[in-house]
Design a protein around this ligand. Structure first.
Ligand code: GRF
Length: 201
């Protein structure tokens, strides 16, 4: 059973979808640590309610030490807004997964996070939007793509509505699925592209 650390900065609904799937036994991994760069992040409360260690850590060196102490195998960024340092990315190469609320490369990169993504997409008048799960690299939102899913958002009347549509209908599904595939050893990275491989049980 792999040990998973989840990083959050806000409400943690993506974290909750992972906690629920782990409790249902559909993920071959266990969330043993939740970290936030914000003391008041509600995501930390969700972790405590689920009996998971929850810590506010801002220093990258302390963070790396804690991950090693806990024997963490996989890091999941679930609405985490702090930049991950090079040491951590190097130490956990292709073992850090992030969810981004757009179809990368659209509306991605520096400055595109949280509601800002949907404000830009709504202003552009997109009819289709979605989310992307990818491995983290030094380039913001630039790592190998694991999963993407799109949906019709032409009915959205505001960026907030578009954000909710993508969060509830897509993010809460593809993030647990990507973690499930990782924990089953079914993700291979070849030339910066992710291949989902079949594994006989
Ligand atoms: C999500 O839309 C995520 O893609 C983005 O921030 C939002 C966080 O939502 N990076 P939550 O904290 O998981 O509810």
């Amino acid at each position: 059973m792999l040990k998973i650390a989840v990083f959050v900065s806000g409400g943690g609904t993506n974290l909750q979808s992972l906690i629920d799937e782990c409790q249902k036994g559909t993920i071959n991994g266990e969330i043993t640590l939740v970290v936030s760069n914000r003391l008041k992040a509600y995501g930390l409360e969700r972790a405590r309610n689920a009996g998971i260690k929850a810590e506010c850590i801002k220093d990258q060196k302390v963070l790396l030490e804690r991950l090693k102490e806990e024997g963490i195998d996989l890091i999941v960024l679930a609405g985490y807004l702090a930049i991950i340092g090079e040491d951590l990315i190097r130490e956990y190469k292709n073992r850090i997964i992030n969810i981004h609320p757009s179809l990368i490369p659209s509306f991605a990169g520096p400055g595109f996070y949280g509601l800002h993504v949907h404000e830009a997409a709504f202003k552009r008048g997109v009819k289709v939007a979605g989310a992307t799960v990818h491995f983290v690299s030094e380039e913001v939102d630039g790592g190998p793509i694991i999963l993407q899913q799109a949906m019709d958002v032409s009915a959205a009347n505001s960026p907030e509505e578009m954000q909710e549509m993508v969060l509830l209908n897509i993010e809460h599904k593809i993030l647990p699925e990507a973690v499930r595939l990782f924990c089953d050893g079914r993700l291979e990275v070849i030339d910066e592209r992710v291949k989902i491989v079949w594994k006989e049980h």
